[in-house]
Design a protein around this ligand. Structure first.
Ligand code: FAD
Ligand code: NAD
Length: 456
């Protein structure tokens, strides 16, 4: 019987533990440590919950300690792994004030990520906080269930009227909508000139900006936040261009990987994530890393990359489980497929933006097309869809795709995810078998038309 220790039991850790126990439970003892009091919390529900688009938090968990134990794991919650001795194959833990050691044969690091704390005076975290508590009251970081309940409790106080969200990435735009839906005055600030700059080209970011502004959200883009100020509680947000009187500030400027446990021993990626191969192996034998603490193989970039998504966390957990138990399967790699819905605007993207394609050394070309989803003779709702396909000028291999519409276009992006993974060219896509039915699309649908009109 081998012993596998898993550090972190959220999306990556839970997927990994369940896969091990379901397929290799007879031969492996699984011991799990997590410093939190809850696991499997779906962060994506926070904005929906704050914006009262869901009734509450009940459905935002899909697992717990008891379920993992019923599957055969030994689970220690509220237990911090303080350090690892990779030579002796031991982890050192602190549980209920008592320190002890746990040996392992194989180790799986699923320690995830933490909100980036930007260099903004007044937005520092309280020393040693594991729940991302800021030193100035009503400056909020959003990651854990506990962070969500704190914000929701505070919003019972109507005097919290003016909310500034710093960061117009995925969390920022979704939270801006949530606070506006709750009747708050919202200012969305970002250092970039467009929202979602990491995932979409400027014309798509502009669509998002217009949608947010149409719903009364003030956009303060292209600004560097210098400080948040107040006496006890936050009162003002100061940027390099202007300042805003506020009652709450939410900081959502990205996540950094939690890799302190591998410092000085495990090979790290540019941003500090554990560098792993396609079997989720780290540079240390018998040690695997998964989810937000690890890199992914980015098929569009053709290189390791850092893309913190629950979808990547789950799949990497599955891959590591098989490899840690002797079945050598490889990750298919990822394209960073993602989606966002803000009010009635749906935006989905996969692969590289034009800017990122250049960063990775490609010579990107784009083809764009906008048309209604269905024939105009249909009497049902019918909205325009805008698609942009980015491909490499020389190889004509598809590198990225962005789609925006009031229609639900989410399924279409998966076609492009596979196309990027399989290195399909724009010319092959042009003749792809795409069915036609007036209820769903046009005979000359927007994908075929974009591909057929691609520059030679
Ligand atoms: C508001 C919000 C919305 C999001 N929406 C989406 C979405 O719509 N779609 C999507 O794909 N992704 C979304 N994400 C991202 C997604 O939540 C993360 O990618 C995912 O949580 C990564 O899972 P993980 O298990 O790798 O890491 P984490 O969720 O960070 O979990 C790591 C776990 O390790 C534990 N841990 C860390 N260090 C130690 C230690 N030393 N000792 C013991 N335990 C430790 C932590 O307590 C934690 O439970 C969202 C995130 C947020 C915050
Ligand atoms: N729908 C989804 O798929 C979804 C939803 C929420 C979160 N997530 C994931 O969770 C992770 C965290 O999301 P996030 O929104 O925090 O990160 P993000 O990387 O999506 O966005 C961070 C934003 O903060 C901005 N920024 C950085 N430093 C700044 C500064 N000093 N001042 C002002 N702006 C600054 C960046 O320009 C960027 O727009 C991401 O990996 C994201 O993909 C995904």
């Amino acid at each position: 019987m081998s012993k596998i220790v898993v550090i972190g039991a959220n999306h990556a850790g839970t997927a990994c533990v369940n896969t091990i126990l379901a397929n290799y439970g007879a031969d492996n003892e699984v011991v799990v440590f997590d410093q939190n009091s809850n696991i499997s919390f779906l962060g994506c529900g926070i904005a929906l919950w704050i914006g009262q688009q869901i009734a509450g938090s009940e459905g935002l968990f899909y697992s717990d300690k008891e379920q993992l134990e019923a599957a055969g794991a030994t689970v220690h919650m509220r237990t911090v792994v303080e350090s690892i001795d990779y030579g002796a194959k031991e982890v050192h833990v602190l549980q209920d004030g008592v320190r002890r050691t746990e040996s392992y044969d194989r180790l799986i690091l699923a320690t995830g990520s933490s909100p980036i704390v930007p260099p903004i005076a007044g937005a520092e975290l309280v020393e040693g906080t594991r729940e991302f508590k800021a030193s100035l009251d009503n400056v909020q970081y959003i990651k854990l269930y506990q962070n969500a309940t704190e914000v929701i409790d505070k919003l019972q106080d109507d005097s919290i009227r003016r909310v500034a969200v710093v960061g117009a990435g995925y969390i920022g735009v979704e939270l801006a909508e949530a606070f506006q839906r709750l009747g708050r005055e919202v200012t969305l600030v970002d250092i970039a000139r467009e929202p979602l700059e990491g995932y979409y080209d400027p014309e798509f970011g502009d669509m998002m900006s217009r949608t947010l502004a149409d719903h009364g959200i003030r956009l303060a883009l292209g600004r560097n936040v210098m400080a948040v100020e107040g006496r006890g509680r936050v009162e003002r947000l100061v940027t390099d261009l202007d300042s805003f009187d506020v009652d709450m500030v939410v900081v959502a400027v990205g996540f950094r990987p939690n890799t302190e446990l591998g410092a000085g021993v495990l090979e790290l990626f540019d941003n500090g994530a554990f560098l792993v191969d396609r079997n989720q192996r780290t540079s240390q034998p018998d040690v695997y890393a998964i989810g937000d603490c690890a890199t992914v193989h980015d098929n569009a970039a053709g290189a390791p990359n850092y893309i913190a998504l629950a979808t990547n966390a789950v799949r990497s957990g599955v891959v590591a489980a098989h490899n840690a138990c002797g079945t050598g399967i490889e990750s298919a790699g990822v394209q960073g497929s993602n989606g966002v819905r803000v009010y009635d605007l749906n935006m989905v993207s996969t692969g590289l933006t034009t800017a990122k394609a250049r960063e990775f050394g490609y010579d990107p070309v784009a083809t764009e097309f906008t048309d209604n989803q269905r024939p105009e003779f249909m009497l049902t709702d019918n909205h325009p869809v805008t698609i942009k396909i980015i491909f490499d000028r020389t190889s004509r291999v598809i590198l990225g795709c962005q789609i925006a519409s009031k229609e639900d276009v989410s399924m279409m992006i998966h076609t492009f995810s596979l196309a990027i993974q399989e290195k399909v060219t724009i010319d092959k896509l042009a003749l792809l078998d795409i069915f036609f039915l007036p209820h769903f699309n046009k005979p000359y649908n927007y994908v075929t038309m974009a591909a057929l009109s691609a520059p030679a």
